[in-house]
Design a protein around this ligand. Structure first.
Ligand code: AMP
Ligand code: MG
Length: 331
């Protein structure tokens, strides 16, 4: 797929999907009780509708988080999802809805493929807080294009809570790792593209602000303070955020480092990291797992060969990785 075509398609698809998820999130306070049943929860409707919208734009098989099985069983759910998706695609019918979601049931392929998390950060979505619509294209085992829609983030540095931002990233096809372009724009303004700031910050005087999950079952929240102590660095209050927004806040310097340590044996899904990791990498951060290995997208739907995530500007990354090794040697 030609380079500009891929990123423009991703941008249009993600903007349209965000229109749908935003409307559902805005409606949450009114509809929460009506959706008490797990399979008709607002987040489920948002997941399916966003995947349907993006599947329609892509028009080819891709690796999505959702499948259509539940929809096929439940006409009521199908109807609600169709109604939601029609906000972006007014002409969509039920058969097209199901087909577009099913396009996302494909398996990863060596030739390159799109991967999608239609609503990353379910808990944030339900809380009326941060979540992302994350679409990325993987080629040769690594993300090459990403569109990350963040409806609760502000487009300006420091604006963690704001009216919505779209981050677009594209790796130079022929370039070295880390080479490419990354832009942030207001989610509502398709014509505006401002460069994402580089995240390099002076380390000598600063207290380090870690960004990490809100949910303690997703990541060991005690790791941050231990690691910083080991590295001889002072900790600022952590920035706890749901979803891949964590990669974005490191990419533009609102936080110094993103740390993630899932419980032993849990392998993260590729759609939970593909888009965000490309954004942070192209903004100048180093993205590895807790052992210093690059995230390896060649092993199917999960990051089978990686353990957790460590993202930071290079100097800080090196220091934290060293501290990580020391902590593990000591234990
Ligand atoms: P976060 O918002 O960073 O806390 O992570 C959200 C993502 O964590 C979701 O999209 C899930 O795919 C993923 N997830 C679900 N269960 C776990 C778990 N036990 N450990 C780590 N990540 C998980
Ligand atoms: Mg997710």
């Amino acid at each position: 797929m030609p380079e500009n075509e891929a990123i423009d398609l991703a941008a249009r698809a993600v903007r349209a999907a965000c229109e749908v998820t935003r409307a559902l999130q805005d409606d949450l306070s009114r509809t929460r009780d009506a959706h008490a049943k797990a399979d008709e929860s607002p987040v489920t409707i948002a997941d399916f509708a966003a995947q349907a919208v993006i599947g329609t734009f892509l028009g080819e098989p891709f690796v999505g988080e959702e499948g259509a099985a539940l929809l096929l069983e439940s006409p009521g759910l199908r109807e609600r999802v169709l109604e939601a998706a029609r906000r972006a695609l007014p002409g969509l019918d039920e058969a097209q809805l199901v087909e577009a979601i099913q396009l996302g049931e494909a398996s990863p392929s060596g030739d390159g493929f799109w991967t999608l998390d239609p609503v990353d950060g379910t808990k944030g979505f339900l809380r009326g807080g941060h979540y992302c619509v994350c679409l990325a294209r993987i080629e040769a085992g690594t993300p090459r294009v990403a569109a990350v829609g963040c409806p609760r983030l502000g487009p300006s540095p420091g604006e963690v809570d704001g009216p919505g931002a779209l981050i677009l990233a594209e790796r130079d096809r022929a370039g070295e790792p880390g080479r490419g372009r990354v832009f942030i724009a207001p989610l509502d303004d398709p014509t505006s593209r401002a460069a994402v700031l580089t995240p390099e910050r002076p380390l000598d005087r600063s207290r380090i602000r870690i960004t990490e999950s809100v949910d303690p079952s997703h990541s060991d929240l005690e790791l941050g303070p231990r690691l910083l102590r080991q590295a001889g660095l002072e900790a600022e209050e952590p920035l706890r955020l749901d979803s891949q927004v964590k990669y974005v806040v490191v990419a533009r310097g609102d936080a110094h480092a993103y740390l993630r340590r899932p419980r032993e044996g849990y392998a993260d899904s590729i759609w939970d990291h593909a888009g965000g990791s490309l954004v942070a990498e192209l903004a100048g951060a180093r993205v590895t797992d807790l052992d210093g290995r690059p995230l390896d997208f060649r092993w199917g739907r999960r990051l089978e060969k990686n353990r957790g995530v460590l993202v930071a500007p290079p100097a800080l990354h090196a220091r934290l990785l060293e501290a990580m090794r020391q902590l593990e040697d000591a234990s």
